[in-house]
Write a protein that binds this ligand. Sequence first.
Ligand SMILES: [Zn+2]
Length: 291
Amino acid sequence: MLTRRSALALSFAALVGAAQAQPQKIPVVASFSIIGDLVRQVGGDRITVATIVGPDGDAHVYQPSPADGRHIAQARLIFVNGLGFEGWLDRLMRAAKSKGEVFTLGNGIAARKGEEGQDPHAWQDVANAKIYVEAIRETLTAADPEGAPAYKANADAYLAKLDALDTEIQQAIAAVPKERRRVVSTHDAFGYFAGRYGVEFIAPQGVSTEAEVSARDVAKIIDAVRTHKVAAVFIENIADPRLAKRIASETGARMGGVLYSDALSDAKSDGATYIDMMRHNVKELAKALAP
Ligand SMILES: [Zn+2]
């Protein structure tokens, strides 16, 4: 017969045993919100994800915080975009003495060349997002072979949703007359979107938001808006809206809504996941470009 004390000891042992049977979640860092979402979709509950540049944040000009250093120091895997997007990363890794492995998802795609070098905004083409997801699945599987079936199931389900999203965007843009498919954004973040879906974007600022916009750049855009009958001028969630508003007011072009360029929205808005963000963008474009 068990005494009360040994019964307690047994139940404590059972509790400890149960805790040990739970696999340790893999600590993962994502450099910015969009990759954070993709990694969560594939990793599910086998991983924890800390995201460095959060919703509505601009990764081009980000200043890491001490909390970022702590996350990087604890991470086993670190997923980044590369292609010149996270200029602050190497310093952060050194400062945090990180032993985590870095995976540069942008290395897997055919990078577009901008005027100032490689264009990092690959996620704006859903086909590239699929390449990112496949790379994330492979990386997580290599780090945690026991999780292979879960990572495969998660990735398969999500890739099917991305296929549907890609078709949805193509159909929405196909419904816009060709001569209307020309818009202004603040910085050159939509080159990959333009390449896949056939909307022309012009922007006063280049592929990074680091460079100052000169009066000459703005004058050039205003000229282009007038000459090419640009249908709408868009604001971006990571950029100051004043420049876009000025271009719209000086040219009489229609003011479009907000496009999610380099970051997801916060949870209260309608772009809090990658799929929602792309849906929001195409909805705003279709609305502004309708004749
Ligand atoms: Zn950007």
